[in-house]
Design a protein around this ligand. Structure first.
Ligand SMILES: Cc1cc2nc3c(=O)[nH]c(=O)nc-3n(C[C@H](O)[C@H](O)[C@H](O)COP(=O)(O)OP(=O)(O)OC[C@H]3O[C@@H](n4cnc5c(N)ncnc54)[C@H](O)[C@@H]3O)c2cc1C
Length: 236
């Protein structure tokens, strides 16, 4: 999200340029069609995209890439995914990729009374046979199942297995365009961007935060103007 806000300003009229460094294939999670759409749109806007490239080091004026390239840059926006909290390393429990291995009931099998959810847990995905991705849509649902299961353990009743199929993925690519895959349907352009903004806004807790947020319905039309002028003033 942070990156898309930056990308929004990266155009020929503005003095900033933007390079997008991605360790995998660009937008691999969204599938080929949407990935190609996003790639094309961003390139049209002057964004340089480097796929299958990693950032190896950063200095005050340079970003060093693992292919030996050095990019002059004064601003690095790091949006690489979540990694488990290092506190997990201290626990003597089975782990994989730094995450605590739990069963479908979200408990660590070899450690009765130890439970884990969210980014620190490696939860089996009963719908795919793989593991659940570390996303908020999984974490909040795991939390509910966990609460049920802890009570069930105390009361001696039946525990619920965690079973949830990823609803979809949304990404904004700036300037009121986005890409979205929801329940198997793919969208791109303004509709995808509108869904992205609307869904994230609806997830904000409490009404006053929703109202205070610039993501409210009214600001959809004004936000970009406001933030663009702020960005330009900052560059002056
Ligand atoms: C840049 C970025 C973009 C993302 N975008 C999306 C997205 O679009 N959609 C989506 O579904 N998911 C997204 N995610 C993933 C999502 O944020 C996480 O999967 C989700 O927040 C995990 O929830 P959690 O409760 O496990 O961890 P967190 O939400 O990280 O909560 C952990 C809490 O524990 C606290 N904590 C840490 N250490 C300690 C300690 N030692 N003692 C006490 N408290 C501690 C932290 O302060 C924090 O409040 C994104 C993640 C990142 C980094």
């Amino acid at each position: 999200m942070t990156c898309c806000h930056f990308i929004r300003f990266s155009n020929r009229k503005c003095c900033a340029s933007c390079s997008f460094i991605q360790a995998n294939i660009f937008y691999q999670n969204l599938g080929e069609d949407l990935g190609r759409y996003a790639d094309k749109k961003l390139r049209e806007r002057g964004v340089e995209i480097r796929s299958k490239t990693r950032v190896g080091g950063v200095t005050r004026r340079e970003v060093q890439l693992n292919d030996g390239t050095q990019l002059t840059s004064f601003t690095l926006i790091w949006t690489a995914g979540a990694s488990p909290n290092p506190t997990i390393d201290l626990l003597d429990c089975p782990k994989e990729r730094g995450r605590l291995k739990v069963n479908q009931f979200l408990s660590v099998e070899t450690r009765p009374g130890v439970w884990a959810v969210g980014d620190c847990a490696l939860v089996p995905d009963l719908t795919t046979g793989q593991f659940c991705p570390p996303t908020a849509q999984h974490a909040v649902r795991e939390g509910k199942v966990l609460a049920h299961n802890i009570l069930a353990e105390i009361r001696g009743t039946t525990k619920k297995p965690f079973k949830f199929k990823t609803l979809g993925q949304l990404a904004s690519i700036g300037r009121r365009t986005g890409v979205a895959q929801i329940l198997g349907l793919k969208f791109s352009g303004f509709l995808a961007w509108f869904l992205w903004r609307g869904i994230y806004w609806s997830k904000l807790p409490r009404m006053e935060r929703k109202c205070a947020s610039r993501s409210t319905g009214c600001s959809i039309f004004y936000l970009q103007k406001t933030s663009r002028s702020l960005f330009r003033s900052a560059l002056r």
